[in-house]
Design a protein around this ligand. Structure first.
Ligand SMILES: [Mg+2]
Length: 246
């Protein structure tokens, strides 16, 4: 507790639940350094730019994709089987083979894709961070109909007021100038790990198990988007706001 007070960090129930550990351990961990990075970004004088992922973060796209895929191929894959991001566990040569199913999922089943977040909390988050909804998925395929479906989905859940950013093909989100990422991609985590200027709140799934660790600077594993948003709001509230009145 003394150390916590020294560094201006109390062990609130939420904070403790988030880290599920004692502060002394946290002090030595990657998570502590990541929280320090967040604090520095928040003290910087302007709202940090935040990239909010869509597939498997704001919406359960993949579960619906598997439904479409299983129906077409007579298979029985489930989300729990999803053990690697490259989808080789499905017997596919590359994830590119899933593109038609991905597009079809957005086109034909977008109303079944659940919104996993909370609009009120996202709006509260926007008071502290400049949020873009950033997707690599639909745009990668230059498929206008799936992008239209995605825009419809955002409207259905009142998310259309947040700017939608389509990550250019063959470009990592890590290069787009954001400081904070809420994202499940282990490929992104690979690029953020060890950095002092960026933080990824990694939404845990079976496909990113390599990063369910507390000792990697830049990576904060979280259970879901709700957990990420709460943690980010808590971090912002802990920092005295230095924003000048507009
Ligand atoms: Mg994702």
């Amino acid at each position: 507790m003394v150390i916590g007070q020294l560094f201006g960090i109390e062990q609130s129930a939420f904070w403790k639940k988030t880290f599920n550990t004692d502060l002394i351990y946290v002090f030595h961990s990657g998570i502590f350094m990541s929280v320090e990075t967040l604090g520095a970004l928040l003290r910087n004088g302007s709202r940090p730019r935040l990239s909010m992922d869509i597939d498997e973060v704001l919406g359960n796209t993949f579960e619906n994709l598997l439904h479409v895929y299983n129906k077409a191929n007579g298979t029985n894959f489930t989300i729990a089987d999803n053990v690697s991001f490259d989808l080789q566990w499905m017997g596919l040569k590359s994830s590119a083979e899933l593109i038609p199913y991905y597009i079809n999922t957005w086109r034909s089943r977008h109303s079944d894709i659940k919104f996993l977040g909370n609009l009120r909390l996202l709006k509260a988050l926007a008071g502290h961070y400049e949020i873009d909804l950033v997707t690599a998925g639909s745009h990668e395929h230059e498929n206008l109909s799936s992008i239209d479906a995605l825009r419809n989905w955002l409207k259905m859940h009142m998310l259309h007021e947040f700017p939608l950013v389509l990550c250019p093909p063959n470009t990592s989100k890590a290069t787009l100038g954001y400081s904070v990422y809420v994202d499940d991609s282990p490929n992104l985590a690979k690029l953020i790990a060890g950095r002092e200027d960026k933080v990824q709140l990694l939404v845990k799934g079976p496909w990113n198990k390599d990063y369910h660790r507390t000792d990697i600077k830049g990576i904060i594993p979280v259970d879901n988007v709700h957990h990420a948003v709460n943690l980010l709001i808590e971090a912002a509230r802990r920092e005295p706001r230095k924003l000048r009145a507009a």
